[in-house]
Write a protein that binds this ligand. Structure first.
Ligand SMILES: *[C@@H]1O[C@H](CO)[C@@H](O)[C@H](O)[C@H]1NC(C)=O
Ligand SMILES: *[C@@H]1O[C@H](CO)[C@@H](O)[C@H](O)[C@H]1NC(C)=O
Ligand SMILES: *[C@@H]1O[C@H](CO)[C@@H](O)[C@H](O)[C@H]1NC(C)=O
Length: 114
């Protein structure tokens, strides 16, 4: 392997890393598979945590749509519906998920109108 080749290889690797970071870091990306079990898990966490904090007893009905943003972890911003014993309502929720640190937090849970 000559030096020229090594230099070329390194610059190609650096360039592709830069492009990848620009494409994802700090940018909201729509969630393509809204039925992904991991997305459902995040939504269930949000509803359970909201129940704990408020003493309400809401249950997740479904995830409508959502986006993610890579920060120090991943922020999930989802529109969901949840039901109490009598009615279904729409909410916009945000969860910060840091998989590698086993850290998860509900940062927003607000009702939205249709
Ligand atoms: C959630 O719903 C609102 C209003 O219906 C919409 O403006 C917003 O883009 C939706 N958010 C996501 C993450 O899709
Ligand atoms: C259920 O939610 C609806 C709509 O938000 C509300 O009007 C109703 O009071 C709630 N019922 C209970 C039992 O919490
Ligand atoms: C979780 O998010 C809430 C709301 O943004 C914030 O008040 C709280 O400090 C956060 N908890 C942790 C452990 O970061």
């Amino acid at each position: 392997m000559n030096l020229q080749y090594v230099v070329l290889l390194i610059s190609v690797l650096l360039a592709s890393t830069t492009v990848r970071n620009q494409a994802t870091l700090g940018v909201w990306n729509p969630i393509k598979n809204i039925n992904d079990p991991y997305v459902t898990e995040i939504a269930n966490y949000a509803v359970d945590e909201h129940d704990k904090r408020t003493g309400l007893n809401l249950k997740l009905e479904k995830v409508i749509n959502g986006e993610t943003k890579i920060v120090d972890g991943i922020i999930y911003c989802l529109n969901i519906t949840a039901t109490n014993s009598s009615a279904s309502s729409k909410y916009n929720i945000a969860v910060l998920d840091k998989l590698s640190q086993h850290f998860r937090n509900l940062t927003s849970f607000v009702p939205i109108s249709d």
